[in-house]
Design a protein around this ligand. Structure first.
Ligand SMILES: Cc1cc2nc3c(=O)[nH]c(=O)nc-3n(C[C@H](O)[C@H](O)[C@H](O)COP(=O)(O)OP(=O)(O)OC[C@H]3O[C@@H](n4cnc5c(N)ncnc54)[C@H](O)[C@@H]3O)c2cc1C
Length: 490
């Protein structure tokens, strides 16, 4: 908490937030709900990436295309004795569903801020020194406002590597893909992270042929290797997807066809030239910080990301800058909507004088493919490093969906949960899941990680039968069985 009183000051506002994505939204609402005079500045669309170009429209497309996939899977349906007519779908109506959902959520979010008493300013914000925010409004007016506390929440935008030219129609990023303007017969997706995988799920369900290009030496490089193996078998190999790892899309030229020059990632020798109907560039995201005039407060970014501590204070040379906070994707920490929102609340709690830190280890992540992938806590490599550093033995157990009655009833039992835990204390360190409803299943383990709970206690908790949650129960029980008897108290 800063020293001067929050109320009755000569500042225009107690808090100014720059950027109205989920990070900015949660920060502004939390601040206003606690009586702080709050303004939020947004240059583009209220709700930011998640609502307009990210989570919301992509999940609407996945919901519709997932149904198409299910109804078109004659073998799966025949297993239940069901024979459906050939599936028909209307691309435009699927796109409309996504667009309408975006509009509804954006309106609701804007109204929520207005009702909370937040002043919404439409324009581009920047810093003009400590506790001063410049804003160029949409009508061209430029003014400087003062605030006791300033929160930067400007988010991120798609990263397009050098050599790749986008035209928004034949070569595009997720910003355009969420509009589902057309369905290319043959689509190349560059990148096999969660965004590439989710769009591969959508496009293959709707009948497109996909080539997935990954520069690193295996597809899905950011996922747990065992989970990636089983997920790739189903989500890539089992579908109309040709995956190439270890190759770099050195140049991509829009047009009809789109030309992609592939080179070997190691040697940079030409591998092949592909001619496809369209390319989706899903190669990660970069922070939106260039317009913030961070030099006016002597803040230096790290590849554009704003350095922060776990209380969300902006750092210069490792020391907090008074009255300046940053949250969300622009900080580069677990770039997810719920992380941004949690960071926003933590920043405001600290402004309010309640010392609070964010706990990244307990924040779950999910990929909404069919089936889903999820994780929480440490990767196996990080858990091994922690075990070596702290001198404990790492436990790893696997629980299979094949042994779960609900998954078997659904005829969808290809799935795996891997649980990482401390063999002496029983503390849950992380979990990685591939399988039906993995995104929902992970929450239970995230809660256990947040409380640093032991599998000894968790294994006694009763789970509903028959539900997929029993996959988690089995993992906890296996973990207890694998612990040192003395540690369990046997
Ligand atoms: C295709 C896709 C799918 C995704 N799916 C999920 C998912 O399922 N679950 C999940 O948790 N996350 C998902 N994400 C990630 C999620 O969208 C981001 O982590 C989240 O939006 C970050 O929120 P933020 O508030 O930090 O930034 P943003 O949402 O990027 O918002 C920042 C806002 O600041 C505004 N802004 C920037 N500069 C200025 C300025 N100078 N002045 C005023 N305003 C400015 C921008 O216009 C923007 O509206 C997805 C992302 C994509 C691209």
């Amino acid at each position: 908490m800063s020293d001067a009183p929050l109320h009755g000051s000569s500042f225009d506002y107690d808090v100014i937030v720059i950027g109205a994505g989920y990070g900015g939204f949660d920060a502004a609402k939390h601040a206003a709900d606690h009586g702080l005079r709050t303004a939020i500045i947004e240059s583009r669309d209220m709700g930011g990436t998640c609502v307009n170009r990210g989570c919301v429209p992509s999940k609407a497309l996945l919901a519709a295309s997932g149904r198409v996939r299910e109804l078109a899977d004659a073998d799966h349906l025949a297993g239940f004795g069901i024979h459906a007519a050939p599936v028909r779908f209307e691309r435009q109506k699927i796109a409309d569903h996504a667009n309408q959902l975006v509009a509804t959520i954006r309106t609701n979010l804007t109204k929520t801020l207005e009702r909370a008493g937040v002043t919404i300013i439409r324009g581009t914000g920047r810093l003009e020194g400590s506790q001063r925010v410049g804003v160029r409004e949409i009508n061209g007016v430029d003014r400087v406002l003062t605030a006791r506390e300033v929160i930067l929440a400007t988010g991120s935008e798609p990263f397009v590597p050098r050599g790749i030219e986008t035209d928004g129609r034949t070569v595009f990023t997720s910003d355009e893909a969420v509009s589902l303007e057309w369905l290319p017969r043959w689509l190349a997706i560059i990148g096999s992270g969660y965004i590439g995988l989710e769009f591969a799920d959508v496009y293959t369900a709707l009948g497109c042929e996909v080539t997935m290009i990954e520069a690193l030496d295996r597809v899905m490089p950011t996922f747990d290797p065992d989970i990636a193996k089983i997920a790739a078998r189903n989500l890539i190999d089992g579908r109309d997807i040709d995956a190439r790892a270890g190759v770099l899309a050195q140049s991509v030229h829009p047009g009809a066809p789109v030309r992609i020059e592939l080179v070997d990632m190691q040697t940079r020798e030409p591998v092949e030239t592909l001619e496809v109907d369209a390319v989706l560039v899903a190669t990660g995201r970069v922070p939106s910080s260039a317009e913030l005039n961070l030099a006016s407060v002597a803040v230096e970014t790290e590849r554009g990301f704003i350095p922060v501590d776990d209380r969300m204070r902006v750092l210069v040379g490792g020391e907090p800058v008074p009255h300046l906070w940053a949250v969300g994707d622009v900080t580069g920490k677990m770039m997810l909507a719920h992380t941004a929102a949690a960071q926003g609340t933590v920043a405001v709690d600290n402004i309010l004088g309640h010392s609070r830190s964010i706990d990244y280890r307990s924040i779950p992540a999910a990929t909404f493919t069919h089936p889903e992938i999820s994780s929480v806590g440490l990767s196996e490599a990080d858990a091994k490093a922690l075990a070596a550093q702290e001198g404990f033995e790492l436990g790893t157990v696997r629980s299979y969906f094949k042994a779960n009655s609900k998954a078997l009833a659904e005829l969808d039992s290809d799935g795996l949960m891997k649980l990482l835990f401390n063999k002496t204390s029983g503390e849950v360190l992380g979990a990685h899941i591939y399988g039906l409803h993995a995104a929902d299943l992970i929450q239970e383990i995230a809660n256990a990680v947040a409380r640093r709970q032991s599998v000894v206690q968790l294994a006694t908790e009763v789970h509903t039968h028959p539900t997929l949650s029993e996959v988690v129960e089995v993992a906890y029980k296996q973990a207890v069985a694998a612990m040192h008897p003395a540690a369990v108290g046997a």
